[in-house]
Design a protein around this ligand. Structure first.
Ligand code: ISE
Length: 339
């Protein structure tokens, strides 16, 4: 860290999310600067680094992590590259903010969890950004306050305008529903014990071989039931909604009524078109909270356990999707470090 305590961050992966985090740390976040950018595409990394004072471009994450000006790491590379970067960061005991998914499957997530336990302290926050969204935070506070009694059900809707080429059925679970897996565990403070996936006749707008929409059901350790409509080619907008039904009241977030216009005998508003704009504030809050905690020498936010549990539920979800059967999840015992 500089004398002023500014955190030097290495951003690994400069694709859409990585580049957005570089912009955020440079223009929005206080107490941090981008000291290094890493990408296997050296031209892209050089181009980005050239626009930031004191920032060096690397093509190897390991090299960036040994640079003296690097105090912490933000991993935004594709999921399959996360494990190697995390293990390398542990070797240098560097704090990490790791974009979701922690790793693409439960077995590799377990390896990361074992390595962090060997370190003896938490070093990783997983970037499940919805936990930093103002509306989700309000809902969490309401449910924790117990005003509506026990939460019986969650009704969730997760809609994307369209999918990039190559988006598969498995990705609807691993990339998209993984957010509802995390928010369910977090909002209810319970584990997900079983997953069922129903696949209605696909929309005519669904790309070849993609089941779209799907209805995903979770059962939880406390006896709640959660339904998730996942519709990734809805065509009209990006919508993430959640209604919690308690014993004596319900609460809904995500209606997205930013501004309502009235004109020519009609009222209306705008629908966000993607997660970068819908969750911009959440990403800002997530990165600021990570920087603040790191500068205090602390680690907070979603843990490696949360990343592992999400990966394990995703595996059950993909199995349920393929077999059409209700599929129970299996989790290892929660290690003491994450209790
Ligand atoms: C994407 O990877 C995300 O994380 C978005 O939040 C989600 O809405 C989208 O479906 C995913 O593909």
């Amino acid at each position: 860290m500089t004398k002023q305590g500014t955190l030097g961050v290495a951003v690994i992966g400069t694709g859409r999310m990585g580049a957005d985090h570089v912009r955020r740390i440079t223009d929005v976040t206080s107490g941090a600067r981008v000291a290094a950018v890493v990408d296997i595409d050296a031209e892209r990394a050089n181009h980005l680094a050239g626009r930031i004072d004191g920032c060096t471009a690397y093509s190897d994450p390991a090299a960036a992590m040994t640079a003296p000006e690097v105090d912490a790491v933000l991993i935004a590379s594709p999921g399959p590259a996360h494990e190697a970067a995390l293990l390398r960061a542990f070797e240098h005991d560097l704090p990490v903010l790791c974009e979701k998914p922690l790793t693409p499957d439960a077995t590799s997530a377990l390896r990361v969890m074992e390595a962090e336990q060997k370190l003896g302290h938490r070093r990783v926050s997983v970037g499940f950004m919805r936990r930093y969204d103002a509306e989700y935070l309000k809902l969490k506070a309401l449910l924790d306050g117990g005003r509506f009694g026990r939460t019986l059900m969650l009704h969730c809707r997760h809609r994307n305008v369209s999918t990039p080429p190559g988006f598969t059925n498995q990705m609807t679970i691993n990339d998209s529903v993984v957010h509802e897996i995390d928010t369910t565990r977090w909002l209810l403070d319970q584990e997900i014990t079983a997953v069922t996936v129903l696949r209605p006749t696909p929309s005519t707008a669904a790309p070849e071989a993609l089941s779209d929409p799907q209805l995903v059901l979770f059962e939880t350790s406390g006896g709640a039931v959660v339904d998730v409509e996942i519709f990734v080619n809805c065509g009209f907008g990006y919508q993430v909604q959640c209604e919690a039904v308690g014993e004596s009241g319900s609460a809904r977030i995500g209606d997205g009524h930013h501004m309502v216009t009235n004109s020519a005998g009609r009222w209306g508003g705008e629908i966000d078109q993607d997660f970068v704009s819908r969750f911009a504030d959440a990403y800002d809050r997530e990165v600021q909270r990570w920087v603040d905690a790191t500068r205090r020498g602390e680690t907070e936010g979603p843990s490696v356990w949360d990343g592992y549990a999400a990966a394990a539920v995703c595996e059950a979800g993909v199995r349920a999707q393929t077999t059409g059967e209700r599929t129970a999840t299996t989790l290892v015992e929660r290690p003491a470090l994450y209790r």
